[in-house]
Ligand binder design. Structure first.
Ligand SMILES: [Zn+2]
Length: 164
């Protein structure tokens, strides 16, 4: 595949991924507002966007990293989040008085630290294949057992999804 085509595909992948995530959130709001038909359409659009994003990703498979390489890449990104992006968001939000966003940055930091520790464990070959549970509220990942409350956002056990 030529570089130019790859670049265009990569952009479409990002667009489709973002569109899918937005459709999900708007569907959720439509459900809460008692608009089930609209919610159903957005859910379908979300599923379609995910199908298309995955299709594009498969087309780009030559650019997919090896697992070990991807662990390093994810660890690098998580480190950047911890050291740079999230402190910057927190400072910016505090400076202008956006307290909820500053709090969100703090929460994201704790989740990023949790992810960094899981990635380090895999990178160092210390992972024992424990079952993983993702908090669907904040993204914290628990190993082996679902906690009584999410240590980051205090979500209850039913908010955890099995991912193993
Ligand atoms: Zn949580």
């Amino acid at each position: 595949m030529e570089e130019r085509t790859r670049k265009e595909l990569s952009e479409i992948f990002v667009e489709e991924s973002v569109r899918g995530a937005r459709c999900e959130l708007v569907a959720l709001r439509a459900e809460q507002q008692g608009e089930p038909e609209t919610a159903a359409l957005f859910r379908a659009m979300q599923a379609a966007a995910e199908v298309q994003a995955r299709r594009v990703l498969l087309q780009l498979r030559g650019a997919l990293p090896e697992s070990k390489e991807f662990v390093r890449e994810l660890a690098g990104y998580t480190g950047e989040c911890l050291r740079k992006f999230l402190p910057r968001l927190k400072t910016a939000a505090e400076d202008v008085g956006d307290h909820r966003e500053a709090e969100l940055a703090g929460r994201f930091r704790r989740v990023a630290a949790n992810h960094a520790s899981l990635l380090k464990k895999v990178a160092e070959g210390r992972s024992r294949g424990e079952e993983l549970f993702v908090c669907t509220v904040c993204g914290f990942i628990a190993e082996s057992d679902i906690p009584e409350h999410c240590p980051v956002c205090k979500a209850v056990p039913k908010r955890f999804a099995v991912n193993a």
